[in-house]
Design a protein around this ligand. Sequence first.
Ligand code: UGA
Length: 443
Amino acid sequence: MQITVIGCGYVGLVTATCFAEMGNRVSCVDTSTQRINALQRGEAPIFEPGIEALITTNLRAGRLAFSTDTAGACSRAEVIFIAVGTPSAADGSADISQIVAVASELGRTLDQPAIVVCKSTAPVGTACRVQSVLDHQCQRRQVAWQHRVVSNPEFLKEGAAIDDFMRPDRVVLGTDDADAERVMRALYEPFVRNHDRILCMSRRAAEMTKYAANTFLATRISFINEIASLCEQLGVDVEEVRKGIGSDQRIGHHFIYAGCGYGGSCFPKDIRAMLQMAAQYDMPMPILHSVEARNQQQKTWPLRMLKRELGNLHGRTLAIWGLAFKPGTDDIRDAPSLVLLDALLAGGSSVQAFDPAASDNIAQRYPEAVKEGQLKLLQDPYAALNNADALVLLTEWKQFRQPDFHLVAQRLRTPLVIDGRNQYDPQTMASLGLRHVGVGRQV
Ligand code: UGA
């Protein structure tokens, strides 16, 4: 199939490369010339394991092309994916102006009917809005055909996006047009072969499904974090409780890991957008308000523990392992590390941090602290520990799972480990003379 993907960001690139890998011919467009030039050389502007290999292979095979010319790239496309950004507006709602601008351009320039797919996460009603923008342009140009708009939200996790795309739990298609449904089913069939995993529904339901999925996952995390806080007070180990409830099939083991809060570009933004959608109908959503509030509070957990254990942090040196909002990415948007760094740097502590991928992004965010040496971003996790008063683990990169604890104990000035992702066994740590503080765990 001939496909065009508009937007070479995270969602667009993964979508484009995976469709190309399945044998489709995919054109990818973006307004940034710099980004397109890099992509043409096979360089990915995002950090995602495996993406560069997919880009290179498919570029070489002639199935993938990158350009800045939207009209040219769409001229022969049967299916056009809109995968542009929907950032939070000042009031928390999702700003869909980039989607509307693309729809308008497509309406003005397309010389054949196409299936236009809304891939970006956008509020309920966006696909209908795109349809009216396209219809309006078709009427103005007095063309005889109509474009068909489908909502097809993505469920990709950063760091595992290619695998999620290649082996989806489900594919959600929002359309009431039988022909568009047939084409979209054919496009996704290779990814869900032998499994009935394509769910067809209304466009509005597809849009709502995306928000409901993300906000539900965020709710699970805030729920377990709240239980963890009570466990801390009651002398209960939340890890035992997690296993105890997760083995109930109705609950399951996913997304009930207590930690120092969720971050990233999706959960916080989608909760804000959902609350904004509800506000338009004067509908209170107290559960979601609490999910967000609890998460804000949870992100202060590492700082609270440091203060509890060390008292005044002014003049102290703290080591941090992990700055990205989760492993497998360099993304620091809404990461718990930012809350801790803001407080430590403002409070006069020195920080020695290590992250396998996110250090450059952190350096860009705290240029002054880096320049003055208050924030040191190191290449070696153990170098970060030298003379530090505590080690704080914020992101559970695999390489932190089984560190050399003897070296950890040797290098730290105070043998204190604040384990914000419950990676370590308190007993093992105690046997090595390390004081371990986990989330909802017993010291
Ligand atoms: C999330 C969803 O999981 C994807 O399905 C969705 O497509 C994506 O948003 C999106 O809308 O684009 P992502 O933000 O990449 O994916 O990351 P997750 O793996 O979901 O993790 C989110 C945060 O929750 C991380 O900070 C992680 O550390 C935290 N988390 C996750 C916990 O604190 N506890 C858990 O049990 C699970």
